[in-house]
Design a protein around this ligand. Sequence first.
Ligand SMILES: *Cc1c(COP(=O)(O)O)cnc(C)c1O
Length: 477
Amino acid sequence: MTIELIIERSKPDRKGYALPKRDVPAYELPGVLSRQKTACLPEVSEPDIMRHFVNLSVMNHHVDKNFYPLGSCTMKYNPKINEELSRLAGFTKVHPLQPMATVQGALRMMYELGEHLKAIVNLDAVTLQPAAGAQGEFTAISMFKAYHNKKKESRAYILVPDSAHGTNPASVNFSGFRPLTLPSNEKGLVDVEKLLELMTPRVAGLMLTNPNTLGLFEKQVTKITSIVHDKGGLVYLDGANLNALLGITRPGDLGFDAVHFNLHKTFSTPHGGGGPGAGPVAVTKLLAPFLPTPVITKQRETYSFDYNVPDSIGKVQTFYGNFLVMARAYTFLRIVGRDGLRQIAKSAILNANYVVQSLKDYYYLPYPDYCMHEGVLSGRKLKESGLRTLDVAKRLLDYGLHAPTVYFPLIVSEALMIEPTDSESKETLDAFIEAMKKILDEAKENPDLLKNAPHHTPVRRLDEVKAIKELKVRWKT
Ligand SMILES: *Cc1c(COP(=O)(O)O)cnc(C)c1O
Protein backbone atom coordinates (compact mmCIF):
# COMPACT_ATOMS: atom_id res chain seq x y z
CA MET A 1 0.00 0.00 0.00
CA THR A 2 2.70 2.46 1.08
CA ILE A 3 4.99 1.39 -1.73
CA GLU A 4 2.24 1.81 -4.26
CA LEU A 5 1.64 5.31 -3.04
CA ILE A 6 5.28 6.24 -3.27
CA ILE A 7 5.56 4.89 -6.79
CA GLU A 8 2.39 6.51 -7.95
CA ARG A 9 3.51 9.88 -6.77
CA SER A 10 7.17 9.73 -7.73
CA LYS A 11 8.40 11.24 -10.95
CA PRO A 12 11.84 10.48 -12.32
CA ASP A 13 14.26 13.17 -11.27
CA ARG A 14 17.44 14.09 -13.08
CA LYS A 15 19.45 11.35 -11.42
CA GLY A 16 16.85 8.79 -12.44
CA TYR A 17 16.18 7.58 -8.90
CA ALA A 18 12.45 7.37 -9.19
CA LEU A 19 10.70 4.82 -11.32
CA PRO A 20 9.10 5.15 -14.67
CA LYS A 21 5.56 4.31 -13.64
CA ARG A 22 4.53 1.23 -15.60
CA ASP A 23 7.72 -0.85 -16.02
CA VAL A 24 7.87 -2.41 -12.59
CA PRO A 25 5.04 -4.01 -10.65
CA ALA A 26 3.84 -1.72 -7.89
CA TYR A 27 5.01 -4.02 -5.07
CA GLU A 28 8.64 -4.13 -6.20
CA LEU A 29 11.18 -1.61 -5.00
CA PRO A 30 13.14 0.25 -7.66
CA GLY A 31 16.38 -1.57 -8.42
CA VAL A 32 18.58 1.33 -7.35
CA LEU A 33 17.04 1.19 -3.92
CA SER A 34 17.23 -2.56 -3.33
CA ARG A 35 20.14 -4.15 -1.50
CA GLN A 36 22.82 -5.87 -3.59
CA LYS A 37 24.46 -7.89 -0.77
CA THR A 38 23.06 -9.52 2.33
CA ALA A 39 22.94 -6.99 5.14
CA CYS A 40 25.60 -7.38 7.75
CA LEU A 41 23.33 -7.49 10.78
CA PRO A 42 24.58 -8.78 14.12
CA GLU A 43 23.28 -12.20 15.14
CA VAL A 44 22.10 -12.13 18.73
CA SER A 45 20.11 -14.78 20.55
CA GLU A 46 16.94 -13.88 22.38
CA PRO A 47 18.38 -14.46 25.88
CA ASP A 48 21.37 -12.28 25.01
CA ILE A 49 19.28 -9.44 23.66
CA MET A 50 16.94 -9.69 26.65
CA ARG A 51 19.86 -9.43 29.07
CA HIS A 52 21.34 -6.58 27.06
CA PHE A 53 18.20 -4.47 27.38
CA VAL A 54 17.50 -5.40 31.00
CA ASN A 55 21.06 -4.39 31.88
CA LEU A 56 20.74 -1.15 29.97
CA SER A 57 17.46 -0.40 31.75
CA VAL A 58 19.12 -0.46 35.17
CA MET A 59 22.24 1.52 34.30
CA ASN A 60 20.37 4.73 34.95
CA HIS A 61 18.15 5.47 37.91
CA HIS A 62 14.36 5.42 37.68
CA VAL A 63 11.28 5.03 39.89
CA ASP A 64 10.90 1.36 38.98
CA LYS A 65 14.40 0.74 40.36
CA ASN A 66 14.39 2.59 43.66
CA PHE A 67 13.47 5.69 45.65
CA TYR A 68 13.60 8.97 43.73
CA PRO A 69 12.97 11.88 46.15
CA LEU A 70 13.74 14.61 43.59
CA GLY A 71 12.09 17.63 45.17
CA SER A 72 9.61 19.62 43.05
CA CYS A 73 9.46 16.82 40.46
CA THR A 74 6.95 14.49 42.20
CA MET A 75 8.61 11.30 41.02
CA LYS A 76 5.77 9.04 42.10
CA TYR A 77 5.30 5.50 40.87
CA ASN A 78 3.78 5.24 37.38
CA PRO A 79 1.17 2.45 37.61
CA LYS A 80 1.52 -0.04 34.78
CA ILE A 81 -2.21 -0.08 34.14
CA ASN A 82 -1.83 3.49 32.83
CA GLU A 83 0.46 2.07 30.16
CA GLU A 84 -1.87 -0.79 29.31
CA LEU A 85 -4.86 1.45 28.81
CA SER A 86 -2.97 4.07 26.86
CA ARG A 87 -1.96 1.29 24.43
CA LEU A 88 -5.50 0.30 23.52
CA ALA A 89 -6.00 0.44 19.77
CA GLY A 90 -8.83 2.97 20.20
CA PHE A 91 -6.21 5.39 21.53
CA THR A 92 -3.13 4.52 19.48
CA LYS A 93 -4.67 3.89 16.08
CA VAL A 94 -6.65 7.11 15.70
CA HIS A 95 -5.47 9.93 13.48
CA PRO A 96 -5.75 13.57 14.59
CA LEU A 97 -7.43 14.50 11.31
CA GLN A 98 -10.07 11.77 11.42
CA PRO A 99 -13.68 12.99 11.20
CA MET A 100 -14.95 13.84 14.67
CA ALA A 101 -17.83 11.37 14.39
CA THR A 102 -15.29 8.52 14.23
CA VAL A 103 -13.30 9.54 17.34
CA GLN A 104 -16.08 10.22 19.82
CA GLY A 105 -14.49 7.96 22.46
CA ALA A 106 -11.16 9.78 22.28
CA LEU A 107 -12.90 13.15 22.50
CA ARG A 108 -14.95 11.93 25.43
CA MET A 109 -11.83 10.83 27.26
CA MET A 110 -10.26 14.28 26.76
CA TYR A 111 -13.46 16.08 27.70
CA GLU A 112 -13.91 14.05 30.88
CA LEU A 113 -10.27 14.48 31.85
CA GLY A 114 -10.81 18.23 31.52
CA GLU A 115 -13.96 18.03 33.68
CA HIS A 116 -12.09 16.12 36.40
CA LEU A 117 -9.23 18.64 36.37
CA LYS A 118 -11.68 21.53 36.63
CA ALA A 119 -13.40 19.90 39.60
CA ILE A 120 -10.09 19.28 41.37
CA VAL A 121 -9.17 22.98 41.25
CA ASN A 122 -12.69 24.46 41.13
CA LEU A 123 -12.16 26.53 38.00
CA ASP A 124 -14.44 27.01 34.99
CA ALA A 125 -12.62 26.13 31.80
CA VAL A 126 -9.61 24.11 30.72
CA THR A 127 -7.15 23.42 27.89
CA LEU A 128 -5.23 20.17 27.66
CA GLN A 129 -2.89 21.42 24.95
CA PRO A 130 0.35 22.47 26.70
CA ALA A 131 2.98 19.73 26.71
CA ALA A 132 4.67 20.65 30.00
CA GLY A 133 4.22 22.72 33.12
CA ALA A 134 6.46 25.41 31.66
CA GLN A 135 4.33 25.59 28.53
CA GLY A 136 1.23 25.75 30.73
CA GLU A 137 2.77 28.79 32.44
CA PHE A 138 3.46 30.39 29.07
CA THR A 139 -0.09 29.63 27.92
CA ALA A 140 -1.72 31.13 31.01
CA ILE A 141 0.48 34.23 31.15
CA SER A 142 -0.19 34.80 27.44
CA MET A 143 -3.91 34.66 28.34
CA PHE A 144 -3.26 37.27 31.06
CA LYS A 145 -1.69 39.40 28.34
CA ALA A 146 -4.68 38.93 26.02
CA TYR A 147 -7.05 39.79 28.89
CA HIS A 148 -5.29 43.06 29.72
CA ASN A 149 -4.92 43.94 26.02
CA LYS A 150 -8.63 43.43 25.52
CA LYS A 151 -9.25 45.91 28.36
CA LYS A 152 -6.74 48.25 26.70
CA GLU A 153 -4.59 48.28 29.79
CA SER A 154 -0.86 48.48 29.42
CA ARG A 155 0.71 46.44 32.15
CA ALA A 156 4.33 45.44 31.76
CA TYR A 157 5.28 43.33 34.78
CA ILE A 158 4.49 40.04 36.46
CA LEU A 159 5.50 39.49 40.08
CA VAL A 160 7.48 36.31 40.75
CA PRO A 161 8.59 35.29 44.28
CA ASP A 162 12.32 34.78 44.80
CA SER A 163 11.68 31.14 45.73
CA ALA A 164 9.98 30.40 42.37
CA HIS A 165 11.02 27.78 39.86
CA GLY A 166 13.21 29.14 37.07
CA THR A 167 10.51 28.46 34.51
CA ASN A 168 8.35 31.23 36.06
CA PRO A 169 10.50 34.23 35.10
CA ALA A 170 11.26 32.52 31.77
CA SER A 171 7.54 32.18 30.98
CA VAL A 172 7.00 35.80 31.96
CA ASN A 173 9.65 36.91 29.46
CA PHE A 174 8.33 34.59 26.76
CA SER A 175 4.85 36.06 27.12
CA GLY A 176 6.13 39.58 26.59
CA PHE A 177 6.18 40.75 30.21
CA ARG A 178 9.08 41.49 32.53
CA PRO A 179 9.48 39.60 35.81
CA LEU A 180 9.60 41.59 39.03
CA THR A 181 11.05 39.75 42.03
CA LEU A 182 8.91 39.48 45.13
CA PRO A 183 11.06 38.74 48.18
CA SER A 184 10.27 36.09 50.81
CA ASN A 185 10.14 36.94 54.50
CA GLU A 186 12.16 35.28 57.28
CA LYS A 187 9.60 32.46 57.44
CA GLY A 188 10.12 31.63 53.79
CA LEU A 189 6.69 32.97 52.81
CA VAL A 190 5.61 35.84 50.57
CA ASP A 191 6.40 39.21 52.16
CA VAL A 192 2.90 40.70 52.10
CA GLU A 193 4.09 44.22 52.93
CA LYS A 194 6.42 44.11 49.94
CA LEU A 195 3.59 42.80 47.77
CA LEU A 196 1.44 45.81 48.73
CA GLU A 197 4.30 48.07 47.72
CA LEU A 198 5.08 46.35 44.41
CA MET A 199 1.51 45.71 43.23
CA THR A 200 1.01 48.85 41.12
CA PRO A 201 -1.28 49.42 38.09
CA ARG A 202 1.73 48.58 35.89
CA VAL A 203 1.71 45.00 37.22
CA ALA A 204 -0.36 42.50 35.23
CA GLY A 205 -0.34 39.76 37.83
CA LEU A 206 1.44 37.42 40.18
CA MET A 207 2.74 33.88 39.71
CA LEU A 208 2.57 32.04 42.99
CA THR A 209 3.60 28.50 43.90
CA ASN A 210 1.57 27.11 46.78
CA PRO A 211 2.78 25.21 48.68
CA ASN A 212 5.89 27.13 47.71
CA THR A 213 9.18 25.56 46.71
CA LEU A 214 10.21 25.33 50.37
CA GLY A 215 7.23 23.02 50.80
CA LEU A 216 5.48 25.65 52.94
CA PHE A 217 1.83 26.57 52.57
CA GLU A 218 1.28 30.29 52.01
CA LYS A 219 -1.05 30.89 54.95
CA GLN A 220 -1.98 34.36 53.73
CA VAL A 221 -2.89 33.14 50.28
CA THR A 222 -6.41 34.64 50.17
CA LYS A 223 -5.02 37.97 51.33
CA ILE A 224 -2.35 37.77 48.64
CA THR A 225 -4.85 37.02 45.85
CA SER A 226 -7.12 39.89 47.02
CA ILE A 227 -4.27 42.40 47.05
CA VAL A 228 -3.51 41.55 43.41
CA HIS A 229 -7.18 41.58 42.36
CA ASP A 230 -7.80 44.91 44.10
CA LYS A 231 -5.26 46.49 41.78
CA GLY A 232 -6.76 44.87 38.68
CA GLY A 233 -4.13 42.11 38.42
CA LEU A 234 -4.56 38.37 37.93
CA VAL A 235 -3.09 35.53 39.96
CA TYR A 236 -1.54 32.39 38.53
CA LEU A 237 -0.90 29.26 40.54
CA ASP A 238 2.16 27.30 39.49
CA GLY A 239 0.43 23.96 40.07
CA ALA A 240 3.55 21.81 40.19
CA ASN A 241 2.91 21.25 43.89
CA LEU A 242 -0.73 20.26 43.52
CA ASN A 243 0.02 16.85 45.03
CA ALA A 244 -0.19 18.53 48.44
CA LEU A 245 -3.64 20.06 47.85
CA LEU A 246 -5.64 17.28 46.16
CA GLY A 247 -9.00 16.88 47.84
CA ILE A 248 -7.96 19.21 50.68
CA THR A 249 -8.34 22.64 49.14
CA ARG A 250 -9.01 24.01 45.66
CA PRO A 251 -7.08 26.84 44.00
CA GLY A 252 -10.36 28.33 42.72
CA ASP A 253 -11.48 28.75 46.36
CA LEU A 254 -8.25 30.57 47.20
CA GLY A 255 -8.69 33.25 44.55
CA PHE A 256 -6.49 31.96 41.73
CA ASP A 257 -7.48 32.86 38.17
CA ALA A 258 -5.42 30.20 36.44
CA VAL A 259 -3.41 27.10 37.30
CA HIS A 260 -1.39 24.52 35.41
CA PHE A 261 -1.29 20.82 36.14
CA ASN A 262 1.75 18.66 35.58
CA LEU A 263 0.16 15.36 34.56
CA HIS A 264 3.66 13.82 34.72
CA LYS A 265 3.95 14.85 38.37
CA THR A 266 0.62 14.83 40.17
CA PHE A 267 -1.20 12.34 37.96
CA SER A 268 1.45 9.63 37.65
CA THR A 269 2.35 9.76 33.98
CA PRO A 270 6.05 9.13 33.26
CA HIS A 271 8.61 11.92 33.11
CA GLY A 272 10.27 9.78 30.43
CA GLY A 273 13.65 11.45 29.97
CA GLY A 274 12.19 14.91 29.98
CA GLY A 275 9.09 14.19 27.93
CA PRO A 276 6.50 13.82 26.72
CA GLY A 277 4.55 15.38 29.52
CA ALA A 278 1.40 17.43 29.71
CA GLY A 279 0.64 20.75 31.38
CA PRO A 280 -3.12 21.43 31.07
CA VAL A 281 -4.31 24.84 32.25
CA ALA A 282 -7.57 25.63 34.04
CA VAL A 283 -8.94 29.18 34.25
CA THR A 284 -11.89 31.19 35.53
CA LYS A 285 -14.79 32.32 33.32
CA LEU A 286 -13.05 35.65 32.93
CA LEU A 287 -10.15 34.06 31.07
CA ALA A 288 -12.05 31.34 29.19
CA PRO A 289 -12.47 33.46 26.00
CA PHE A 290 -8.68 33.46 25.55
CA LEU A 291 -8.10 29.68 25.72
CA PRO A 292 -6.07 28.05 22.94
CA THR A 293 -8.11 26.46 20.16
CA PRO A 294 -9.69 24.05 19.67
CA VAL A 295 -11.79 23.83 22.81
CA ILE A 296 -13.48 20.46 23.36
CA THR A 297 -17.23 20.78 23.77
CA LYS A 298 -20.11 18.43 24.54
CA GLN A 299 -23.62 18.91 23.23
CA ARG A 300 -26.09 16.26 24.29
CA GLU A 301 -23.97 13.12 23.80
CA THR A 302 -21.79 14.49 21.00
CA TYR A 303 -18.23 15.74 21.51
CA SER A 304 -16.51 18.12 19.15
CA PHE A 305 -13.60 20.53 18.67
CA ASP A 306 -14.69 24.15 18.70
CA TYR A 307 -12.40 26.46 16.73
CA ASN A 308 -14.69 29.42 17.03
CA VAL A 309 -12.98 31.25 19.91
CA PRO A 310 -12.45 34.77 18.51
CA ASP A 311 -10.22 36.04 21.33
CA SER A 312 -8.16 32.85 21.58
CA ILE A 313 -4.39 33.21 22.00
CA GLY A 314 -4.16 30.55 19.24
CA LYS A 315 -2.63 27.11 19.31
CA VAL A 316 0.27 26.25 21.61
CA GLN A 317 0.81 22.67 20.40
CA THR A 318 0.38 20.58 17.30
CA PHE A 319 -3.14 19.19 17.19
CA TYR A 320 -4.52 18.72 20.72
CA GLY A 321 -1.47 18.11 22.91
CA ASN A 322 0.04 14.85 24.14
CA PHE A 323 -2.98 12.64 23.78
CA LEU A 324 -1.56 9.39 25.17
CA VAL A 325 -0.27 11.18 28.25
CA MET A 326 -3.85 12.33 28.80
CA ALA A 327 -5.05 8.72 28.46
CA ARG A 328 -2.64 7.68 31.23
CA ALA A 329 -3.68 10.49 33.59
CA TYR A 330 -7.35 9.77 32.88
CA THR A 331 -6.83 6.12 33.80
CA PHE A 332 -5.14 7.14 37.04
CA LEU A 333 -7.89 9.59 37.99
CA ARG A 334 -10.67 7.11 37.27
CA ILE A 335 -8.93 4.50 39.41
CA VAL A 336 -8.11 6.63 42.47
CA GLY A 337 -11.37 8.61 42.51
CA ARG A 338 -12.23 11.50 44.79
CA ASP A 339 -11.35 9.79 48.09
CA GLY A 340 -8.16 8.40 46.63
CA LEU A 341 -7.01 11.89 45.65
CA ARG A 342 -7.37 13.14 49.20
CA GLN A 343 -5.49 10.10 50.45
CA ILE A 344 -2.67 10.85 48.00
CA ALA A 345 -2.23 14.37 49.37
CA LYS A 346 -2.29 13.16 52.98
CA SER A 347 0.26 10.41 52.33
CA ALA A 348 2.53 12.80 50.44
CA ILE A 349 2.45 15.26 53.34
CA LEU A 350 2.95 12.58 56.00
CA ASN A 351 5.84 11.00 54.13
CA ALA A 352 7.64 14.32 53.63
CA ASN A 353 7.30 15.31 57.29
CA TYR A 354 8.45 11.88 58.43
CA VAL A 355 11.66 12.17 56.43
CA VAL A 356 12.35 15.82 57.24
CA GLN A 357 11.67 15.43 60.97
CA SER A 358 13.86 12.31 61.09
CA LEU A 359 16.78 14.14 59.50
CA LYS A 360 16.49 17.69 60.84
CA ASP A 361 18.83 17.10 63.80
CA TYR A 362 21.47 15.64 61.51
CA TYR A 363 21.27 18.13 58.67
CA TYR A 364 20.04 21.70 59.06
CA LEU A 365 16.39 22.74 58.63
CA PRO A 366 16.41 26.46 57.77
CA TYR A 367 12.61 26.97 57.93
CA PRO A 368 11.49 24.82 60.85
CA ASP A 369 7.72 24.80 60.22
CA TYR A 370 6.04 21.52 59.32
CA CYS A 371 6.14 21.13 55.58
CA MET A 372 3.58 20.00 53.03
CA HIS A 373 4.52 17.40 50.39
CA GLU A 374 8.24 18.26 50.41
CA GLY A 375 10.81 19.79 52.70
CA VAL A 376 14.09 21.60 52.24
CA LEU A 377 17.12 20.76 54.38
CA SER A 378 20.51 22.36 54.06
CA GLY A 379 23.86 20.59 53.88
CA ARG A 380 25.72 23.67 55.15
CA LYS A 381 27.15 21.83 58.18
CA LEU A 382 29.16 19.61 55.81
CA LYS A 383 31.48 22.54 55.18
CA GLU A 384 33.23 21.58 58.44
CA SER A 385 34.47 18.47 56.62
CA GLY A 386 35.27 20.43 53.46
CA LEU A 387 32.25 18.91 51.72
CA ARG A 388 29.12 20.14 49.97
CA THR A 389 25.57 19.03 49.35
CA LEU A 390 26.63 17.82 45.92
CA ASP A 391 28.91 15.24 47.57
CA VAL A 392 25.99 13.81 49.56
CA ALA A 393 23.92 13.66 46.38
CA LYS A 394 26.64 11.72 44.58
CA ARG A 395 27.25 9.36 47.50
CA LEU A 396 23.53 8.49 47.67
CA LEU A 397 23.90 6.93 44.21
CA ASP A 398 26.26 4.36 45.73
CA TYR A 399 23.42 3.36 48.04
CA GLY A 400 21.19 2.83 44.99
CA LEU A 401 19.13 5.93 45.82
CA HIS A 402 18.47 8.98 43.72
CA ALA A 403 19.47 12.27 45.32
CA PRO A 404 17.00 14.94 46.38
CA THR A 405 17.00 18.12 44.30
CA VAL A 406 20.09 20.11 45.24
CA TYR A 407 20.82 23.86 45.20
CA PHE A 408 17.13 24.72 44.68
CA PRO A 409 15.29 26.78 45.84
CA LEU A 410 17.99 29.39 45.48
CA ILE A 411 17.11 31.11 48.74
CA VAL A 412 18.51 28.16 50.77
CA SER A 413 22.26 27.70 50.71
CA GLU A 414 23.35 24.08 50.09
CA ALA A 415 19.71 23.10 49.64
CA LEU A 416 18.54 19.48 49.73
CA MET A 417 14.94 19.44 48.59
CA ILE A 418 13.29 16.16 49.51
CA GLU A 419 9.98 14.99 48.03
CA PRO A 420 9.25 11.37 48.89
CA THR A 421 5.76 11.38 47.21
CA ASP A 422 2.74 9.35 48.22
CA SER A 423 3.83 6.07 46.65
CA GLU A 424 6.61 5.08 49.06
CA SER A 425 6.46 2.64 51.96
CA LYS A 426 7.79 3.36 55.44
CA GLU A 427 10.54 0.77 54.81
CA THR A 428 11.76 2.72 51.78
CA LEU A 429 11.70 6.01 53.69
CA ASP A 430 13.61 4.40 56.59
CA ALA A 431 16.26 3.06 54.21
CA PHE A 432 16.73 6.58 52.81
CA ILE A 433 16.92 8.14 56.29
CA GLU A 434 19.50 5.55 57.34
CA ALA A 435 21.58 6.19 54.22
CA MET A 436 21.49 9.95 54.82
CA LYS A 437 22.70 9.49 58.40
CA LYS A 438 25.38 7.01 57.40
CA ILE A 439 26.70 9.42 54.78
CA LEU A 440 27.13 12.04 57.51
CA ASP A 441 29.26 9.57 59.51
CA GLU A 442 31.30 8.85 56.40
CA ALA A 443 31.76 12.58 55.87
CA LYS A 444 33.42 12.85 59.28
CA GLU A 445 35.51 9.69 59.01
CA ASN A 446 36.52 9.71 55.37
CA PRO A 447 35.56 12.86 53.46
CA ASP A 448 37.34 11.60 50.31
CA LEU A 449 34.83 8.78 50.06
CA LEU A 450 32.17 11.40 49.43
CA LYS A 451 34.33 13.68 47.36
CA ASN A 452 35.06 10.93 44.86
CA ALA A 453 31.57 9.44 44.87
CA PRO A 454 29.83 7.78 43.13
CA HIS A 455 31.99 4.66 43.14
CA HIS A 456 29.53 2.00 41.98
CA THR A 457 27.70 3.58 39.05
CA PRO A 458 28.42 2.83 35.35
CA VAL A 459 30.03 6.26 35.04
CA ARG A 460 31.76 8.12 37.84
CA ARG A 461 31.30 11.77 38.72
CA LEU A 462 30.92 13.86 35.60
CA ASP A 463 32.40 17.24 34.90
CA GLU A 464 29.11 19.07 34.57
CA VAL A 465 30.58 22.32 33.27
CA LYS A 466 32.45 20.45 30.54
CA ALA A 467 29.35 18.43 29.74
CA ILE A 468 27.37 21.61 29.16
CA LYS A 469 30.08 23.42 27.22
CA GLU A 470 31.10 20.45 25.07
CA LEU A 471 27.85 18.64 24.67
CA LYS A 472 28.22 15.24 23.01
CA VAL A 473 24.98 13.41 22.56
CA ARG A 474 26.52 10.29 21.02
CA TRP A 475 27.81 7.32 22.98
CA LYS A 476 30.77 6.76 20.64
CA THR A 477 32.08 9.01 17.93
C1 LIG B 1 8.34 21.07 37.53
C2 LIG B 1 8.04 22.44 37.86
C3 LIG B 1 7.71 23.38 36.87
C4 LIG B 1 7.82 23.11 35.38
O1 LIG B 1 7.13 22.00 34.94
P1 LIG B 1 7.64 21.16 33.70
O2 LIG B 1 6.54 20.19 33.45
O3 LIG B 1 8.93 20.53 34.10
O4 LIG B 1 7.83 22.12 32.56
C5 LIG B 1 7.35 24.65 37.28
N1 LIG B 1 7.33 24.98 38.57
C6 LIG B 1 7.65 24.11 39.54
C7 LIG B 1 7.59 24.55 40.97
C8 LIG B 1 8.03 22.81 39.22
O5 LIG B 1 8.38 21.95 40.18
